[in-house]
Design a protein around this ligand. Sequence first.
Ligand code: KG4
Ligand code: ZN
Length: 335
Amino acid sequence: MLVLGIETSCDETGVAVYDTDRGLQAHALHSQVDMHADYGGVVPELASRDHIRRAPRLIRQTLAEAGLELDDLDAVAYTRGPGLAGALLVGASLASGLAMALGIPAIGVHHLEGHLLSPMLVEPRPEYPFVALLASGGHTQLMRVDGVGRYELLGETQDDAAGEAFDKTAQLLGLGYPGGPAVAQLAQRGDAYRYRLPRPMLNSGNLDFSFAGLKTAVLTLVRKEGPAAAADIAAAFQVAAVDVLAEKSLAALKASSLKRLVVAGGVGANRELRARLDGEANRHGFTVFYPPLDLCTDNGAMIAYAGALRLAEGLTDGAFGVRPRWDLAELAPAA
Ligand code: KG4
Ligand code: ZN
């Protein structure tokens, strides 16, 4: 079965074709980063308009790359939520219109389900059940995953998401948007142990996170030490954020007696986080799975893939619509 995937929840237009027999056939992405950079963050109305401009061309390009015609498709998957309402509507309308014209199903996919299943796009694939650390710009959650649509929330952030903390730290250090890769790059030149930043909720005894206090601590430090200390501050921030993410992931594995950890979402591209988790995995005898680096941040491949899995398991509902706010744990379990 051939599934076209369309992702338009935020500031990247992603399109891909996934073949259930042969894997990912092609994917294309247009990032709006340059367009939003002048504003220091995503401007929702500009995002929607740009998705409209880019998506049809990306669909043609992706199909051509895969050597396919629209008629070859068996389903069209799109991101139903969570995300920016207007941006989501672009993908939902396009996908539903295409599907209706072709007489095939349109599948609304949860964006975080896409992230969560994306490590299964490559070998070796994690077997169920596993613990998933989802760390993106809008979410930081630990989930227990027992199968497609069977997600149990173990813990989540009480305030800012990890990616948001990276983005705000970047802003405070004058690095612009998006912040994660910029902070990570600057941190490479810094001394992570010159300053010690707080690890909020590290010892909270549960699997929840908090990143707002860390951001405030960065602000205080930047004011006190000035721009000359930027690299050391970036490194101190990164090591604190990574420490919390890694320790809570370990605690989640222990609490659920599982030996497989899946890391997904934009922050999952962070090299320090990967190095730390790989080290812990060796020490504690568990396995970590990541999506390929280019599929950590938003993309159409994860949506095509999640759509294909849902189609295969009969877990689709044809309703048209978007869900700008939508908890992953709300997804109906397989009957
Ligand atoms: O998953 P994603 O592309 O979009 C959302 O669904 O939010 O995640 C974007 C987030 C941004 O906050 C970005 O700063 C962060 O992921 N990010 C990183 C890195 N690459 C992206 N954070 C830390 N290190 C990175 N290398
Ligand atoms: Zn995302």
